[in-house]
Design a protein around this ligand. Structure first.
Ligand SMILES: [Zn+2]
Ligand SMILES: [Zn+2]
Length: 441
């Protein structure tokens, strides 16, 4: 299997003398299998150069499988310049997460309206098909591809590709679920010791991979003031990848404000962290033009998941109960959820929430942790003690980011634990992920 990086920059293209080495084009990675399947992760501005290369040296009829993690600009802006799509006889299958606002086709068509671009999506001569993906195992080309949600302020999925006896995992853009990675008292460096269920799931998804391509936009110092923006730091990536037994990590989605010496310094710091912890992990910062050939391994373990197929969320209607004693927060949550077309009820305290759940079972409860009178944790425990609400999805909202509170939340059975301050798109993406994972009743 061959992997080539065509775009390694995050947020916005950043050309210029300061970014010559690591590159100024936004996210785009090409993966080719021994059978000749072409998979393209993201279509940032790097896709233009990849397109020229395919036109010059590719097959006569090009079939591209384009796997979009999400549809923020820096992941789709290169698509209107993907020249194979302008040739009749070529074809493309485009994949992206279900549950963004509008279908994948509509979102991509939006950036090609006449106000922005002279040719509309539907005028492209190549045969293009669109697939709104759910979490689970998919077959793309001749390749087994697992998809799993990431933590980003938009519906975003990570991809795990298993082919040619290797596993390559693409995890861009993603932010840690929790400030604390390890559970107190547990041995750090092991998947089982990861505190937040989301981070643990993230580690399991990359387990044993030959190559992980991961967002590492910020330094730990920068991250402190950029929480909820949806990006990772090298130290999170190195620690989680090492715990997952990953062989090699490519850090990518470099921040536009980071010039070459700055990114080189991140690489040095990441390597010394890996070395210092005795992790045996090969880590580097991806650069434009970087090409890797991955040799097959007989010991590759395929990724298995409890729910290999997920029912489509788009076809279902959901009722959500939002519970918060702060009127402003409650109004904000309700408004955001209603904009996403959910039926929303609200309660301002624990006893009221329990009464409402008894009267009409919601599909999900968004529950504040700290409330006067009965707190969220007591509501949670009451729900889990009853058979009819034992499995009711509960997303807990909390300002308590410390290890004991997070652990207590998961021990009480929360489905997800979102810390304040959160942003609206981050909350709605996490709500969507909870609902997608809940099986239809
Ligand atoms: Zn991005
Ligand atoms: Zn993004």
């Amino acid at each position: 299997m061959r992997v080539r990086f065509w775009g390694t920059r995050g947020s916005i293209a950043t050309p210029g003398p300061g970014t010559n080495h690591f590159g100024g084009n936004t996210s785009c990675v090409e993966l080719t299998t021994a059978n000749g399947d072409l998979l393209i992760f993201d279509c940032g501005t790097g896709a233009r150069q990849l397109a020229s290369e395919l036109m010059a040296h590719g097959k006569k009829a090009i079939h591209a499988n384009i796997l979009l993690g999400h549809t923020h600009w820096d992941h789709i802006q290169g698509f209107p310049f993907f020249t194979p799509a302008f040739i009749k006889g070529n074809s493309a299958s485009i994949y992206g997460p279900e549950g963004s606002r509008g279908s994948l086709h509509d979102v991509l068509a939006g950036q090609m309206e006449y106000s922005y671009f002279p040719i509309t999506l539907d005028q492209l001569p190549a045969a293009i098909t669109y697939y709104d993906l759910t979490e689970g195992i998919h077959s793309i080309g001749g390749v087994r591809v697992a998809a799993q949600f990431l933590n980003h302020p938009a519906m975003t999925i990570g991809y795990r590709v298993e082919a040619d006896g290797v596993a390559v995992v693409y995890l861009v853009d993603h932010e840690p679920f929790s400030d604390e990675l390890w559970r107190a008292g547990a041995e750090p460096g092991r998947i089982e010791s990861i505190l937040h269920e989301g981070d643990r799931r993230h580690a399991q998804f990359m387990a044993d991979a030959d190559l992980v391509i991961h967002d590492a936009q910020y330094t730990p110092e920068e991250y402190a003031s950029r929480k909820t923006w949806g990006h990772s730091t090298y130290d999170y990536v190195v620690q989680i990848a090492a715990a997952a037994g990953v062989q090699r990590v490519a850090l990518t989605h470099h921040d536009p404000s980071h010039d070459d010496p700055f990114v080189a310094d991140i690489e040095r710091r990441a390597r010394s962290l890996a070395l210092e912890r005795g992790m045996g992990l090969d880590v580097f910062c991806a650069y434009e033009g970087c090409e890797l050939v991955l040799e097959p391994r007989s010991t590759l373990k395929p990724f298995v998941t409890a729910a290999p197929f997920q029912a489509s969320v788009a076809q279902r209607h959901f009722h959500i109960l939002a519970v918060d004693d702060q009127p402003d927060t409650l109004t904000m949550i309700v408004r955001a959820l209603e904009q996403d077309q959910y039926a929303v009820s609200k309660a301002t305290n624990g006893p009221e929430a329990l009464r409402m759940i008894e009267e009409r079972m919601p599909d999900l409860v968004v529950l504040d942790y700290k409330m006067t009178g009965m707190d969220g944790m007591t509501v949670m425990k009451t729900l889990r003690a009853k058979p009819e609400t034992q499995h009711l999805p509960v997303l807990m909202l909390t300002g308590m980011t410390d290890e004991p509170s997070t652990r207590a939340g998961f021990e009480a059975g929360v489905t997800d634990y979102v810390t304040k301050p959160f942003s609206i798109p981050q909350l709605t993406a996490r709500v969507r992920a909870c609902l997608a994972r809940a099986q239809p009743s």
